[in-house]
Write a protein that binds this ligand. Structure first.
Ligand SMILES: NC(=O)C1=CN([C@@H]2O[C@H](COP(=O)(O)OP(=O)(O)OC[C@H]3O[C@@H](n4cnc5c(N)ncnc54)[C@H](O)[C@@H]3O)[C@@H](O)[C@H]2O)C=CC1
Ligand SMILES: O=C(O)[C@@H]1CCC=N1
Length: 264
């Protein structure tokens, strides 16, 4: 039995992924704060929605997907009820395995995960790190849960905040870029729907080339950039506006925010 505690955007994405991957609704528990949300989850997924304490007592694997700011109170609530042989997977930005271990007590196995919303289309990037008491078997169990919904990579926990900034938040930077490109289409007088179609298909094509060709992004960009052509005129403006430096600073800021979150 697997339980997802805190079934918001990420928790629900993981829940739907587990079910698509073949888990039966009867094997998955969810918890929610509001009664309407609980009813909605029951109706849409057919899973049981129970209290956090009930989930902690019953499930073999607990996936904690509340916001970092809500993690301390959730752990305080469930700590007396989590048997020592359970796997606890924490999916919150910034929350360390030692934060969870200290609050649950004993030698509870904890695995820290940072996934991302493309879990909804089985294209998640999930990075995982073992806590002090998590074994190879616990890492494999976590990988088996996440692999059906995307790629899984083991990383040292010291890199989790950086991964949160890069792949956890990564889809947001990409959607922001798409928004900006569509705005540019509007500026050039294109109808919004046509601009969106053109941008989305261009980025989907580019993303598939990146993944499937194995080529470095520089090579792929150079192939688009004809001497004296249109693309280099655009690149010159991107450089003039320090877009690369903005990405470096933005992702560094996200990493720093992830580091702060465990402190509340
Ligand atoms: N949204 C994203 O792209 C990603 C989010 N995450 C992590 O996932 C976690 C959740 O983020 P979101 O889903 O975006 O937020 P969210 O606000 O949509 O979900 C959090 C859910 O937890 C529920 N909750 C809070 N306290 C609770 C409690 N004591 N018992 C039961 N439920 C409780 C809330 O009602 C809410 O539905 C965060 O820790 C975040 O760092 C990680 C990777 C990506
Ligand atoms: O914005 C956040 O805090 C979460 C963590 C990674 C993506 N979203």
């Amino acid at each position: 039995m697997i339980a997802i505690l805190g079934t918001g955007k990420m928790g629900e994405a993981l829940l739907s992924g587990l079910l698509r991957a073949g888990a039966r609704p009867g094997e998955v528990l969810a918890t929610a704060r509001r009664a309407e949300r609980a009813a909605d989850l029951r109706e849409r997924y057919g899973v049981q929605v129970v209290s956090n304490v009930e989930a902690a007592k019953t499930a073999d694997t607990l996936i904690l997907a509340v916001k970092p700011q809500d993690m301390a109170s959730l752990l305080a609530e469930i700590a007396p009820h989590v048997p020592g042989d359970r796997l606890v997977v924490t999916a919150a930005a910034g929350i360390t395995t030692s934060f969870v271990e200290a609050r649950l007590g004993g030698e509870i196995p904890v695995v820290r995960v940072m996934s991302n919303t493309p879990v909804l289309v089985d294209e998640a990037m999930s990075v995982i790190s073992a806590g002090a008491h998590a074994s190879e078997a616990h890492l494999e169990l976590t990988e088996n849960l996440l692999r059906p919904v995307g790629k899984v990579l083991r990383i040292p926990e010291s890199q989790q905040d950086a991964a949160t900034a890069l792949s956890g938040s990564g889809p947001a930077y990409f959607f922001y870029l798409v928004e900006a490109m569509v705005d540019a289409g509007i500026l050039l007088g294109m109808p919004r729907a046509a601009a969106l179609d053109m941008v989305v298909q261009s980025v989907v094509g580019a993303a598939i080339m990146l993944r499937d060709s194995g080529e470095h992004p520089v090579i792929l960009r150079e192939a688009v950039t004809s001497p004296g052509g249109t693309t280099i005129s655009a690149i010159a403006e991107l450089e003039r506006h320090s877009v690369r430096a903005a990405f470096l600073a933005a992702i560094e800021a996200a990493r720093d925010r992830s580091r702060q979150l465990a402190a509340g």
